[in-house]
Design a protein around this ligand. Structure first.
Ligand code: G3I
Length: 402
């Protein structure tokens, strides 16, 4: 539905990342300039006299904005040559079922590769985009593993995991030759984020910019980033990631946000503050590492989804696995309990419009980080789909591959 017509209009954006302008036939301004809140934010070249739908990728925080269109028409264009302006979600509207993938297996195991490509529509590198892998020595960037996974992903969506994390950091960051100063570590973080995000510009559609920085009591976890830079490292990270790729969606990702906990409430406060300050944060990733004995029910997940969606954020389940070892003794009962946990997660993601991707943390049980004995994933130890795989796809209304 049109947000504004004619030359200017006020729009309330729920943090969409793109605007679509429909120009009327016949008018041919040589250039169209879009101003947002009085600042020029892009020029559109009008190619011909046909109807045109022009999309401009913009980073706009949620809230009211004043759009105005200026033309550099060589001749007066009788209004209304601009038919409508629509704010559209930059993210693909379709639902995706994704998996975390490991290059150390993918590069040598054709069964593993085939299992991923046959069952999943989105890829998250499990470790290959973490700083210890990508920049093992200062200024030396290693992208071979991540590039291998991007090639395996083909046309599928990719989640970039993760730019700023307290774990899996290279030793030169955690044990520098001489102590970091605030400015020197900020420079390291800026260079890292800019280099990595620019490399995968328009290929990785969503980044876990910051991962697991809130402790269970709601305080910020002590990491080298917090200790040396201060809490503002989080805002810097999002702004630098956006500057490197304005079309990517930028997420905060954490474990334990699925319920109404001190941690989840702290995450809501943090993200709400960031967005109020115009920091380009688009979404929250709920990892949802769980088990059959205590998995979050659908209603619990939906309540949590709504809490973050109310901030204008997208929501994803980003690392779902359901451990079974603490479950019922019989394999059949364990499988049924696991299916209920996966069914609830997929139903919650489908029911809440802000959720358009569910990612499981591994291609199959044999490759799970918590070990095959937990049988935590959708494909079994031989990468065959369990019955729960089809339950998840049906609940997500996915007809083709994940
Ligand atoms: O690459 C080395 C290899 O050279 C060495 O031979 C081997 C044995 O020491 O270790 C390998 O590194 C391992 C790495 O995974 C790559 O396989 C590390 O020891 C191991 O600790 C690391 O575990 C990863 C874990 O994050 C580390 O925190 C898991 O695979 C990965 O699934 C897990 O993923 C995290 C998410 O990133 C964030 N959310 C929680 C999730 C589970 O912890």
């Amino acid at each position: 539905m049109p947000l504004a017509r004619g030359l200017t209009g006020r729009v309330e954006l729920v943090h969409s990342r793109a605007l679509e302008l429909t120009l009327r036939r016949g008018c041919q301004p040589s250039g169209v300039f879009l101003l947002v809140d009085g600042r020029s934010r892009g020029q559109i070249r009008v190619a011909s006299r046909a109807w045109h739908m022009y999309r401009i990728a913009l980073a706009l925080p949620a809230g009211p904005h004043r759009l105005s269109i200026r033309t550099s028409a060589t001749r007066a264009c009788a209004m209304p040559w601009l038919d409508r302006i629509d704010a559209v979600p930059a993210a693909p509207p379709h639902m995706a079922l994704g998996a975390a993938v490991r290059w150390d297996i993918a590069r040598s195991d054709p069964r593993y590769r085939a299992a991923f490509t046959a069952h999943f529509g989105s890829l998250t590198p499990e470790n290959e985009l973490k700083m210890e892998v990508v920049e093992p020595a200062r200024g030396r960037f290693e992208f071979a593993a991540a590039d291998g996974l991007a090639a395996l992903a083909g046309s599928r969506r990719i989640r970039g995991h993760t730019l700023v994390y307290g774990n899996q950091l290279p030793r030169w960051v955690t044990h520098p030759g001489s102590p970091w100063t605030r400015d020197s570590l900020l420079a390291v973080l800026h260079d890292y984020i800019s280099t990595v995000v620019r490399r995968y510009r328009r290929r990785i559609d969503t980044w876990d910019v910051v991962n697991e920085v809130i402790a269970d009591d709601g305080s910020l976890r002590p990491t080298v980033w917090l200790d040396v830079i201060g809490p503002e490292y989080i805002e810097h990270a999002f702004r630098w990631a956006h500057a490197a790729d304005p079309t990517a969606r930028l997420f905060y990702n954490d474990i334990g946000l699925e319920r109404d906990t001190a941690k989840a409430r702290s995450a809501v406060r943090m993200l709400s503050t960031l967005r109020r300050r115009g920091v380009p944060v688009d979404g929250v990733g709920m990892q949802d590492h769980t088990e059959v004995v205590n998995y979050p029910r659908q209603s619990t997940l939906e309540t949590s989804f709504r809490r973050f969606a109310a901030l204008g954020l997208a929501v994803e389940i980003t690392e779902l696995d359901v451990g079974t070892l603490d479950g019922p003794s019989s394999p059949g009962a364990r499988a049924e309990a696991q299916a209920r946990a996966y069914r609830d997660a997929a139903s919650a993601c489908w029911d809440i419009a802000a959720c358009n991707r569910l990612t499981v943390w591994g291609v199959g049980d044999a490759a799970s980080w918590i070990g095959p004995a937990q049988t935590p994933l959708l494909l079994d130890g031989s990468y065959r789909a369990k019955p729960v795989y089809d339950i998840v796809r049906r609940r997500l209304h996915i007809t083709n591959r994940g």
